[in-house]
Design a binder for this molecule. Structure first.
Ligand SMILES: NC(=O)C1=CN([C@@H]2O[C@H](COP(=O)(O)OP(=O)(O)OC[C@H]3O[C@@H](n4cnc5c(N)ncnc54)[C@H](O)[C@@H]3O)[C@@H](O)[C@H]2O)[C@@H](O)CC1
Ligand SMILES: Nc1ncnc2c1ncn2[C@@H]1O[C@H](COP(=O)(O)OP(=O)(O)O)[C@@H](O)[C@H]1O
Length: 292
């Protein structure tokens, strides 16, 4: 069992001198639905703030204008929910093109659990061969149809909160809270994936190790904090950090950014965007503290 401290920030590399945006990954964020564009924005912006070179959001058509306004730096690809009924092949080929482009995928924030989202989640699970962070409604869809776990591979990182974990394993929230490590490790071992079980002390049951995260604050108990986490983990992969460390470091940085946001804005007053705004300061600490 490992606990990261600030010395772990030394693993954040410097940006290479002759880098171009292609040097730092292509993040595909499959997120958002009618009324939940915010989740897509928060994950995508977090990926950019954590080093990603290029982010594409795949979302419903209704979100195009709002997301282009909130985050013009992202490429937006959209689908109409009706495509799942009327032209499924066309929808799936659009998703395939996005997957072929991606070096890391975020699947699920604000996606909804509608029929069209189920089609998307099953297809992405079956066709994704790069690291994929699965969160929120994609997990709810898997919880509803456990047969989808047949697509799990060791590229997969799931980031359930306790409520989502409870749905996935059909165990009451209180029982999971009593032994988060046990349930995270059991699920990770059973399926050969990485599990980030989020709470005030998140557990990361990874391939080689289990980590307990000690950064973070109750100030982060606000809508959208988890959406930010997905994007930060994606960003770590874009920086070339690998496997267990990418995930554990992402969780740790997310908590530190939340701590800073809480100090600046007040513990009751931060919103998820404030976590985004403090990621850069956390990444810079490695230089300030002489870690590199
Ligand atoms: N602006 C947006 O677009 C937002 C969209 N969101 C999306 O909304 C959808 C629904 O997600 P929600 O998480 O809100 O709803 P859920 O119903 O999945 O989860 C909320 C419930 O989970 C339990 N829970 C969570 N953490 C717990 C902990 N540490 N200890 C004990 N119980 C715990 C509680 O019972 C809580 O009421 C997701 O797709 C999500 O991505 C949210 O992320 C909020 C912001
Ligand atoms: N009391 C707390 N202490 C530390 N971290 C917290 C606390 N409450 C929430 N967090 C962190 O905030 C995030 C909340 O994620 P989640 O519940 O998925 O929110 P959302 O679905 O609204 O985005 C998790 O990473 C969790 O670890």
């Amino acid at each position: 069992m490992r606990i990261l401290d600030e010395t772990a920030l030394k693993y954040i590399p410097d940006r290479i001198e002759d880098a171009n945006k292609g040097s730092y990954g292509h993040v595909l964020v499959i997120a958002g639905s009618n009324g939940m564009s915010g989740a897509a924005f928060l994950s995508s912006m977090a990926a950019y703030r954590s080093g990603a070179g290029l982010v594409r959001i795949l979302t419903v058509s209704k979100n195009r204008t709002i997301l282009q306004t909130l985050l013009p730096e992202a490429i937006i690809t959209t689908y109409d929910e009706r495509e799942a009924f009327e032209s499924k092949d066309c929808l799936l080929s659009k998703i395939k093109q996005c997957l072929d482009w991606a070096s890391v995928v975020v699947l699920g924030p604000g996606l909804s659990t509608e029929y069209y989202s189920k089609i998307i989640v099953e297809y992405v699970l079956s066709e994704c061969y790069v690291p994929m962070i699965i969160d929120a409604d994609a997990l709810n869809i898997i919880a509803y149809d456990n047969s989808l776990t047949k697509y799990y591979t060791d590229n997969i990182i799931i980031t359930p909160h306790i409520g989502e974990m409870s749905r996935l394993i059909n165990i009451p929230i209180e029982d999971i809270l009593a032994d988060t490590q046990k349930y995270a490790k059991e699920y990770a071992n059973k399926y050969g994936i990485t599990v980030v079980l989020k709470s005030h002390r998140s557990v990361i049951a990874a391939k080689e190790d289990t980590f307990i995260n000690e950064s973070g604050t109750p100030a982060m108990a606000k809508a959208g904090s988890g959406d930010v986490l997905c994007g930060i983990i994606a960003g770590m992969f874009c920086l070339g950090i690998e496997d267990d460390l990418a995930v554990a470091l992402g969780v740790y940085i997310h908590g530190l950014a939340g701590n800073l946001a809480g100090q600046k804005q007040g513990e009751h007053s931060i919103i998820a965007r404030d976590i985004l705004d403090n990621i850069g300061e956390v990444l810079n600490r490695r230089k300030r503290n002489g870690l590199i």
